[in-house]
Design a protein around this ligand. Structure first.
Ligand code: ADP
Ligand code: ZN
Length: 772
């Protein structure tokens, strides 16, 4: 079975003749009487008549109901025709689901592009493009009543009313205080009986009542103080001029890579660029990694554009379904001109786009790890082309693919190497943990002598420290001292992590929890030993070493409660805490002026990943983490604990040398035929029966080998680094090619000729980011 299609033959990526070609959107002439629709559930394409009564509502991208075998089915209009080549009698479309088309022309075009690039059925892509709440309950808005005071009672009458019917009088008071109008829900909050009493007032002719739609606005309660554009620094001014030039001539403009160190003022450039876009009556789409999409980030945009804060839509995973529904419709109905969102916001149905900005463009979270496995950063470039708008990719550590595009002239490169506050980058010190470990009895050390002294120094001076460790839990393994067998999750074949507070072993892949065994389950010996450490144990160590320090740990284990993260960060900012220890949740975007020390407890974790991007990830992580130190008046210091102090990622990060690191890493990538010099297509198979999954992949590999496009390198099917997860055995096959389209076409043909056993799932990932 294929993950995205039970029968790939029926689900070839569609090519919409109407949409092929580039350039500005062609508007379909209105007179066409036939719509070709794509059925959402079966991926069939069928032709239907557009009845006269619906002529003004049905257009490309409309979602419609159609009669099909005695019932109603949902479909999307993908083509408009004068007549149907199928002949026969066509049945009419029953109705449209919303009055405007749910997919804009460029989005339909992008769906089509994605289908052939990522090899995924169009209907699945269209499904991904709409939030679940929008798809299943379109236009299910909340409503409220608008109450207007129309009668003009005199002061005398009101005084009388206060005695005879006090609630009625109170309502009139409230309305008068409110400019003679209010919503019913507001009145009810003041006076629980308002609903019944309004009824009386309506009958008396004193007030009128009309139903209005209410938006679920996640920021309803917030105040936004307007902020004025800052005077740009010299570097910012140069960059801004480059962006303006592109905005003047978007047709000729290439995507722009803005490489700017942390604190160089990229966000200010984004804000001013958006300002210009709005002046031209165009719209702006801003993508931010989910983890950076904090209230502060949103606030910065809402404050700068305070006068139109209602016209900013925000899309991210913490919204309720209702809020997401309302934000989406705000965009759909043209009531938003700025959209800020995480990955899937790349599908926001904004029209008239002037700019797409992708902040932290190197972030792996822009890649969706389930079908369709798209990368929103890449889609930004694709969509930008289809919308003829400017694309601005920003990062302190651009990913190698993007940097190479800038080197070879596909993108324009603009750089900012100075922080706006004129601060130097923090001093980075490398601590060789091999030496530290020799100093201890058991060869184990969480905290080096050097880092310990540095922390002590901060505590003495009342300055703050951030400690970073990208692994949760207490011990990261439990193994038998006799036979060496590691206690692992049966479903996932990864070692259990011991969580002390919970007193349980936890699988970090599937979440399974169990008590620790008393004896080795392999040999029966009772000599078990815990090894390795995560944030929970590091916290305990720090508490023991610095009993007087005020300390908080930030990871997904401690941040379960809704506002816990926000509250903890606030406490840290207001210096009620001395030390913050945490996972990547604290690596990004946080700006604390009193933090003068950042410690990376174990830089080797990222380096030892079985992934050709391990060095790149480590460099990015260290650079990002280092950016947290010395944001205020005092200079910052960073300590990186590692057992591989001479690795290039560590050394270049130490010198803040992005270009140096990247150039030498690119050389390696080229030599070994890795991205950006090739595209990686990772094919996976998984199933409860290892031999079934393996055999399926071997069969596929065997078929692929025949007629493999000339420049493609194909590995051998082998167990994935994560061999087993959720009870399924996993295998993978890596292909690398310079020309992606012939390979995808070959893969598509091959897949369509094969059927896999029902209990095996085969997946494919074009431009794979995760190699697990
Ligand atoms: P980045 O996005 O590159 O990390 P930011 O845009 O967040 O940088 O800017 C970092 C800090 O510098 C912020 O506090 C911001 O208000 C300030 N800043 C940015 N541009 C200017 C400027 N032109 N003049 C003064 N301060 C600025
Ligand atoms: Zn598991």
């Amino acid at each position: 079975m294929n993950e995205s299609a039970s029968s790939p033959r029926n689900e070839q990526p569609q090519l919409f003749a109407e949409l092929a070609g580039s350039g500005p959107e062609k508007v379909a002439p209105p007179s066409r009487g036939v719509a070709r629709v794509l059925l959402e559930e079966t991926a069939l394409e069928l032709d239907y008549l557009i009845p006269e009564a619906l002529a003004h509502r049905v257009s490309l991208g409309s979602r419609v109901h159609i009669p099909l075998q005695g019932r109603k089915a949902v479909a999307v209009v993908v083509q408009l025709l004068d007549s149907s080549p199928f002949g026969g009698k066509l049945r009419p479309i029953s109705d449209t689901i919303t009055s405007r088309p749910m997919f804009t022309g460029p989005l339909l075009k992008m769906a089509n592009w994605m289908a052939t690039y990522y090899l995924c059925p169009v209907r699945q892509i269209l499904r991904t493009m709409l939030p679940e709440a929008v798809r299943s309950k379109p236009e299910s808005f909340l409503s409220d009543s608008h109450i207007t005071l129309v009668g003009k009672p005199s002061a005398d009458e009101i005084a009388k009313l206060h005695k005879a019917a006090p609630v009625q009088a109170r309502i009139i008071d409230l309305l008068q205080a409110n400019g003679n109008e209010s919503t019913l829900s507001y009145l009810r909050k003041q006076l629980p009986r308002a609903t019944q009493v309004i009824h009386v007032l309506v009958n008396k002719g004193l007030v009128t009542r009309s139903e209005v739609r209410v938006e679920r606005d996640p920021f309803q309660e917030e105040e936004f103080l307007p902020s004025a554009p800052l005077t740009l620094t010299e570097e910012q001014a140069v960059v801004f001029a480059g962006v303006l030039k592109a905005l003047e001539q978007p047709l000729e403009a290439r995507p722009i890579l803005l490489h700017g160190v942390t604190g160089s003022g990229k966000t200010e450039v984004y804000l001013q660029a958006i300002g210009r876009v709005l002046e031209k009556s165009k719209t702006a789409l801003v993508l931010v990694p989910e983890i950076s999409l904090t209230p502060q980030t949103i606030e910065r945009f809402k404050c700068r554009f305070a006068e139109r804060k209602q016209r900013i839509a925000v899309l991210h995973s913490h919204l309720s379904d209702g809020e997401r529904h309302d934000e989406w419709f705000k965009i759909h109905e043209g009531r938003a001109d700025i959209v800020i969102g995480a990955r899937s916001a790349i599908f926001a149905p904004l029209e008239n786009l002037g700019i797409i900005i992708v902040d932290e463009e190197h972030e792996p979270s822009y890649k969706q790890e389930e079908a369709p496995r798209y990368n929103a950063r890449d889609l930004a470039v694709v969509r930008g082309k289809m919308e003829n708008c400017v694309v601005l990719l920003g990062s302190a550590t651009p990913c190698l693919e993007t940097f190479e595009n800038a080197r070879n002239g596909k993108y324009d490169l603009l750089s900012m190497i100075r922080r706006t506050d004129g601060k130097e980058l923090p001093l980075i010190r490398i601590v060789d943990m091999r030496l530290e470990k020799r100093k201890t009895k058991d060869g184990f050390s969480i905290l080096s002598e050097k880092l310990r002294l540095a922390i002590q120094g901060r505590l003495d001076k009342g300055e703050q420290t951030i400690l970073f460790l990208n692994r949760r839990g207490f011990h990261t393994a439990l193994s038998c001292m006799e036979c060496g067998v590691v206690c692992q999750c049966e479903d996932c074949a990864v070692p259990f992590t011991f969580h002390k507070k919970e007193g349980r072993l936890v699988c970090h892949i599937c979440g399974m929890r169990r008590l620790a065994p008393r004896k080795c389950e392999a040999c029966g010996e009772a000599k078990l030993s815990y090894t390795g450490y995560g944030t929970e144990r590091a916290e305990e160590t720090i508490r023991t070493v610095f009993p007087q320090a005020r300390l908080a740990r930030v990871d997904t284990d401690t941040m379960q409660r809704k506002n816990q993260l926000r509250d903890t960060l606030r406490a840290f900012r207001s210096q009620k805490l001395d030390i913050l220890i945490g996972t990547q949740m604290i690596a990004k975007g946080l700006d604390f002026p009193n933090v003068t020390l950042v410690g990376v407890l174990n830089a080797d974790l990222a380096l030892s990943m079985p992934d050709f991007r391990a060095a790149e990830r480590t460099f990015q992580l260290l650079t990002q983490v280092a950016g947290r130190a010395g944001r205020g008046e005092r200079k910052g210091e960073v300590y990186i604990q590692t057992s591989t102090p001479h690795s290039p990622a560590v050394q270049f990060a130490r010198h803040g040398d992005y270009v140096g690191f990247t150039e030498q890493e690119l050389e390696q990538r080229q030599q070994w035929h890795y991205p950006p010099y090739t595209h990686v297509v990772l094919i996976g198979s998984r199933g409860k029966q290892a031999n079934h999954a393996e055999f399926a992949l071997q069969t596929l590999a065997g078929r692929l080998k025949q007629n493999l496009p000339a420049d493609t390198r194909m590995g051998e099917p082998c167990p994935s680094p994560l061999e087993k997860a959720h009870g399924q055995y996993r295998f993978q096959l890596m292909l690398r090619t310079e020309k992606i389209r012939p390979l995808v076409a070959h893969l598509q043909r091959t897949l369509s000729e094969l059927t896999f056993p029902e209990d095996v799932i085969v997946t494919w990932d074009v431009d794979a980011m995760s190699l697990l």
